[in-house]
Design a protein around this ligand. Structure first.
Ligand SMILES: Nc1ncnc2c1ncn2[C@@H]1O[C@H](COP(=O)(O)OP(=O)(O)OP(=O)(O)O)[C@@H](O)[C@H]1O
Ligand SMILES: [Mg+2]
Length: 413
């Protein structure tokens, strides 16, 4: 980029000086000359000027008087006064009141003048650059502030919108909760009312069978067994539904814990399911790596947890395929884990996500007409957690399912 050519206004009543100045510096600068202050004013009013050089001694208006006026009207111009050495008063006034860049003694020397002009314009340019930089910075700052204000307004709007949506969601949530409570109360009432007639039917069937023990035909025995099985199913459903309600209502309830022997309860339970499993050609096995294992628990909870897991394993094992179910107790440091492993169809990835939720019937269906309400596993989870345990399932599709329950071991006497 070529350097900017600055404009100089030179005022002197001696025309010779004006001509010499113009001849010397015309190649480097735009030179405007005036032989009086009045003429200088009219040039200033019509042309942009960067530097004013004026002689002090002029008729009508002195250099100092002219520069005072320039300082007010054109404060950004550079100002230089030409004066004799003896004119100290004029120099002092020029420095103090006209804010001049320099004073130069007359007659001026060409080289000195050239150097002075060069330095003057360097300083002038520096000042102009600084001023521009400050202006740019100010503009950037203002635009940034503007952006911050705008963004803050947007965020405030978004926040208000989120709050509004939150309020709507909260109120919808309350409505849903009310509906859910109402639905649960109705279920509880119905289930509760069903319990007595089902128990009575069971009692009556048993009485009927005892009284007529010897006189049933094979066909009648078959149907009576079927009736008994269905009554048992209905009783289990009722119990599960009442359990789930009771557990929900008393979610903060802490059951009293006592020393419970898993190695006594579990083999008996496994034994109890063998006959039912055998009807589907499913074999039940029990294994343990310890003689006795105790946990700090509750016998009723333990039997409900494993009743559900073993009955599931039997229910979802393939029929007449000579498959196996393994119930294993493993002591492992401070913990004991009980696994119930079957060779059924296994769980899909979707099944795993919904496994312990209420009323979930997943991919596997009972293989021998057993009943299924989808409540057992949610009860298993709640009861296990009440005993400070954990339950999870491991399974790959078509390679069986293993449910694992883990409890902290009992450490008393
Ligand atoms: N061992 C298993 N193998 C494959 N699928 C299983 C197994 N155990 C449970 N499931 C799947 O999980 C679902 C939920 O089990 P859950 O025990 O909660 O209910 P259910 O056995 O169907 O009915 P309920 O236990 O209330 O009589 C089952 O319907 C079944 O699809
Ligand atoms: Mg079940």
């Amino acid at each position: 980029m070529s350097a900017e050519k600055y404009s100089i206004l030179y005022i002197d009543d001696e025309v010779v000086n004006l001509n010499v100045f113009k001849a010397t510096f015309r190649r480097d600068y735009h030179i405007h000359t005036a032989s009086s202050a009045v003429e200088g004013v009219s040039i200033l009013q019509s042309t942009p000027i960067d530097l004013i050089i004026t002689d002090q001694r002029m008729p009508k208006m002195t250099g100092v008087e002219f520069l005072k006026w320039c300082k007010i009207e054109y404060p950004d111009t550079l100002r230089i006064i030409l004066t004799g050495f003896s004119d100290t008063d004029a120099i002092i006034t020029a420095i103090n009141e006209c804010d001049i860049y320099r004073y130069i003694a007359k007659p001026w020397d060409g080289e000195e003048m050239r150097l002075t002009l060069k330095k003057a314009f360097e300083a002038y340019q520096l000042k102009r650059d600084n001023r521009k930089l400050i202006a740019d910075l100010k503009e950037a700052k203002e635009s940034l502030e503007q952006k911050v204000i705008q963004r803050t307004a947007e965020v405030t709007l978004q926040k208000e919108e989120i709050e509004r949506k939150n309020n709507t969601l909260e109120s919808q949530n309350h409505q849903l909760q009310d509906l859910d409570n109402e639905r649960n109360n109705i279920i509880s009432m119905i289930v509760h009312d069903l319990q007595s007639p089902v128990n009575r039917i069971n009692g009556l069937v048993e009485l009927f069978m005892i009284e007529n023990q010897t006189s049933f035909s094979e066909n009648q025995t078959f149907y009576l067994d079927l009736i008994k099985r269905n009554i048992a199913d209905a009783s289990r459903h009722i119990r599960n539904l009442l359990d789930i309600r009771a557990l929900e209502k008393n979610s903060d309830y802490h059951t009293p814990l006592m020393k419970v022997s898993l190695t006594e309860i579990l083999p008996n339970m496994v034994e109890g399911y063998k006959e039912q499993a055998a009807k589907k050609k499913v074999k039940l096995h029990y294994e343990t790596n310890a003689d006795t294992v105790y946990i700090n628990g509750n016998e009723d909870y333990i039997s409900r947890i494993f009743d559900n897991l073993i009955s599931n394993a039997v229910k979802f094992s393939p029929k007449n395929m000579d498959s196996n179910i393994f119930v294993k107790i493993k002591e492992n440091g401070e913990y004991v884990s009980i696994s119930v492993q079957d060779e059924g169809q296994g769980l899909s990835e979707d099944d795993k996500k919904n496994l312990f939720k209420k009323f979930q019937k997943l991919s596997a269906s009972p293989t021998n007409g057993e009943s299924s309400s989808g409540l057992g596993l949610s009860i298993v989870k709640t009861l296990t957690e009440r005993l400070f345990g954990k339950v999870w399932a491991e399974s790959k599709p078509r390679s069986g399912t293993t449910f694992i329950v883990e409890f902290p071991k009992y450490f008393g006497n």
